[in-house]
Structure formats: structure tokens, C-alpha cells
Design a protein around this ligand. Sequence first.
Ligand code: AVJ
Length: 317
Amino acid sequence: MDSGPADPAFRADVLAGLAAPVPAVPARWLYDRRGSELFEEITQLPEYYPTRTETALLERRAGDIAALVGEGEAVVEFGSGSSAKTPILLRAVAPAAYVPIDISGDFLRESAEGLGAEFPSLAVFPVEADFMRPLALPEQIAGLPRLGFFPGSTIGNLVARTAVDLLRAMKETLGDGARLLIGMDRIKPVEVLLAAYDDPGGVTARFNLNLLNRINAELDGDAPVDAFRHRAIWNDEMSRIEMHLEATRDLAFAVSGRPFSFAKGATIHTENSHKYGHRDSRLMLRAAGWGVVAEWTDEREWFSILLAEAELPRFAP
Ligand code: AVJ
């Protein structure tokens, strides 16, 4: 992954993104092997509440979820299921099959191996694909009822328009009668959010700055990593945390032979993490054809897990 020929999509996104009027690089490029390791480290920080809160919620509500979902489903996870959450769900709902979908074959194989130890008799059918578009599920699960699983508030990376596209693609992938169990991070006091995305130990900063290391290594760049700093800001209008890389002085560099310059204080926007109010999550799901059946949240209402059902097409008044 870190060696071999550069991903042409990565190059195209970086060259176009750095040249844009508001410089930005799509967040998915943060998650190479090193980035995924650093994100894993983030999830263990005391300041980073989402993973801990969602995992505890899932543990506590596993019985309620299982009662609504029933046994014998095909659980289709969007993402490779490297987290601790997947076994909690699988233990609770006793599915007939598990289908992890991920664009990285490496991550898929690793998570399948990890689960094999705890669920030796579970039928696992990994799919190496980009789940942003509708895709064909393995024929082995034909006829099984489907439960989509999309934890982690990963949906929060996407602006509403793209998030709705994804939710609609998931509905098409899963088919009629499907349900979706999705984690969504809630709006909460700004101090809590800022601490979670700008930890004092600087792990999130390293995660963000790793994008520049990756650009330099894979796209023949010479961006001065030390001259950028991590910034996390709350954009209230857009209801999201934004991560940026800010130039701490006037600087210039090249990527794949193309020159770029940034004035002191200028930023590269690298990630969004949208936060949702009680009605926001419902509206977004409904816009994509999903009706919310149940919602579980913690005492502080910091994180929600929602169970949604694919709505049947019908005439609206
Ligand atoms: C992986 C998108 C859920 O938004 O909380 C965490 C990413 N970035 N700290 C999040 C992230 C910096 C994370 N998601």
C-alpha cells in the first residue's frame, strides 16, 4: 500500500484539491495504513468520546437491537469491521452470514482473520469494492434478510448531499425490506468537540499531518511538513468539526512537478466530521428512503445508534 505505483485517483484528487480556490483534499486519503493506525490511536484517547460512547451503547443495547432485528440475517458491514463493535453485533444478532465491504483488500483479509477466531462457524463473504456506489452482494446470501451496519459516524465525513447519495446507494445494495444500523455523532458543547479533535498529546495532529507525508512519499512531493500545523474548528453553520492544515509561514512546494504556494495562515481543508441533532439524522435518512424504527443514545446524548428500514415506494400527497 505504501509502496508500488501511486494511486492515480490520489494524485488527481491532490493536484485538483490543492489548486482549488478553497484548497481541500478528500478525507478518505487520510486513511492509508499509517493514517488508520493513527486513527486507531485516536479512538483510545480520553478526549475522543465517539468510539467509547458508541461501543458502550452497542453493548448495552445489543439485546434490544437483537429483539428488533431477529436472527438469521445477512449482516452487511460498510467498512472492513476492524473495530470492537462488529463482534458485539454479531454475538447479539447471530447472523446467517457476514459480508464486510471495503475498498482495501488488505483490511478485509485482516478483519476476516480476526473474526474467524471468535466466530469459527460464521459464513463470511468479503467484498472488495467501493460502497459509495450500489454493488452486487455475493450470491451466497441471496434470499437472506439484510441488515446493513455502518458504525463509527463515518457518515459524518460526508457533506449532506454526498451522505444522502451514500445512504441511497446502501439502500439499493441491500434491496427491498433491508434495515440499516447506523452510528451518528450528536451535536454537543463545542469545548468537548474541540478537545476530541485537537488532543493535547497531538495524536490528531500527527494523523492530519500524515496526509502531507503521504503526498510527499507517494506523489513525489516536497511539502515542508514542519511548516504546517493541525487545526480543528467548529463550523456552526454547517454543524461540523473541520480539520485543516495551516501554513505557519509563506511557503511553496511541488507535487508531481506541479508548483503550489500557500501564504502564512492559508489552509488545506482535510476532513469534516458532521454532528447531528435529533431531527437532523432522521431527515437525512428519510431523504435517502430510510425510515427510522428505533434510536438509542447515551445519557448525555452524545452519540446515537439508529435502526432504519428501507421505505417502500409510495405515492406522497
Ligand atoms: C472516522 C470520520 C468517524 O469524524 O470522528 C477523528 C475521523 N478525524 N479524529 C471522526 C477523525 C479526526 C472520525 N471518523
